[in-house]
Design a protein around this ligand. Structure first.
Ligand code: SF4
Length: 324
């Protein structure tokens, strides 16, 4: 089986005209150097030397198609020869739903872009407006439709716990993503960063951010919804970059958020059974997920009357669990 991996290049969105409630552009654009064509080539060459499997190049940073056009094309031009020669498997970009139209899609296609991710964040127009996103849920549907029709792989990104958001809204957003028929999703619980509108709302008492525990609960449910619908969840929780760590002042920030969600999913799967004695089969790599952080799952199960014997099976994937 060919293993897949990304070569990631961060493209800060210099001069973004938006003011999303959760984003501190000054921190992002001030600290990150914008990559040039040589940086792209170098990143690919380095990856080709060190990885013996096919890589995909990912330009991430949120608004790839909204950056200055000639700069965007110059970055793609540097990468395209590697796609043409088959040395890299494709190019992934992420952008805003209102920065997609037929013309830009044909440009992206001509430069070998294969996957497009949209930062939808929510499918509730009130939540989008309260968080100053500057686009609507209808923009997400429209952009998704033309992306799919043009033959790109579609990914959608959602946030949980934004200002004005509810548990039910998040489930409805996930339902809309499933109806749209995206191939992949990323789920980001809201983290309140310094110098953002969310921070001011939090300080004035108008916004109470969701904590780690309730966000894990919700994200575990969302993850299972997507998994059941055959949609791949490629990320849950923000990357634990130093920028986020230093600037987080509230919300659901945890360095191992994704692991907490996986543990919760394992726990929920076992809790579908009545208390009793069970043998649980997992892949060896998943032992910490089954046990939970600081063995929380094992303690909770034992208190509820479950006696668990763990067995390993290499046939099971790291997120799979079988109960006898
Ligand atoms: S999150 Fe919003 S404000 Fe921040 S760069 Fe993206 S579009 Fe601009």
């Amino acid at each position: 089986m060919i293993k897949k991996s990304n070569i990631s290049i961060f493209v800060p969105h210099l001069g973004c005209p938006n003011q999303c409630s959760f984003c501190d552009q000054r921190a992002i654009t001030g600290k990150q150097k914008a990559p040039d064509c040589d940086d792209v080539k170098q990143a690919i060459e380095t990856a080709l030397k060190s990885k013996n499997y096919k890589c995909e190049l990912a330009f991430f940073g949120g608004s790839f198609t909204a950056i200055e056009r000639s700069y965007m094309e110059s970055l793609l031009k540097s990468a395209y020869p590697y796609v043409k020669s088959g040395e890299i498997s494709g190019i992934r970009i992420s952008t805003r739903p209102d920065c997609i139209d037929e013309e830009i899609l044909s440009t992206l296609k001509s430069f070998g872009v294969t996957s497009i991710e949209l930062g939808a964040q929510s499918m509730n127009n009130r939540v989008l407006e309260l968080n100053r996103r500057g686009h609507t849920a209808q923009d997400v549907c429209k952009a998704s439709k033309i992306i799919k029709e043009a033959g790109f792989e579609l990914g959608l990104q959602m946030m949980t716990g934004l200002y004005g958001d509810t548990y039910e809204n998040a489930l409805l957003t996930a339902t809309s993503f499933i109806e749209i028929g995206c191939k992949t999703v990323r789920i980001y619980p809201t983290v309140v960063l310094k110098n953002t509108y969310l921070e001011s709302l939090m300080l004035s008492g108008d916004f109470k951010p969701w904590g780690v525990e309730e966000s894990v609960e919700l994200c575990a449910e969302l993850y299972e919804m997507f998994e059941y619908a055959g949609i791949k969840v490629i990320r849950v929780g923000l990357h634990s970059s130093s920028g986020v760590k230093e600037n987080a002042v509230g919300g659901a920030y945890h360095e191992a958020f994704g692991e907490l969600v996986q543990s919760k999913i394992f726990l929920n799967k076992i809790l579908k059974y009545q208390p009793g004695n069970y043998t649980v089969w997992i892949n060896k790599k998943s032992l910490s997920k089954l046990n939970g952080q600081k063995k929380q799952n094992l303690k909770a199960l034992s208190e509820m009357g479950y006696v668990i014997k763990t067995e390993f099976s290499e046939e099971l994937k790291p997120n799979e669990l079988r109960i006898n």
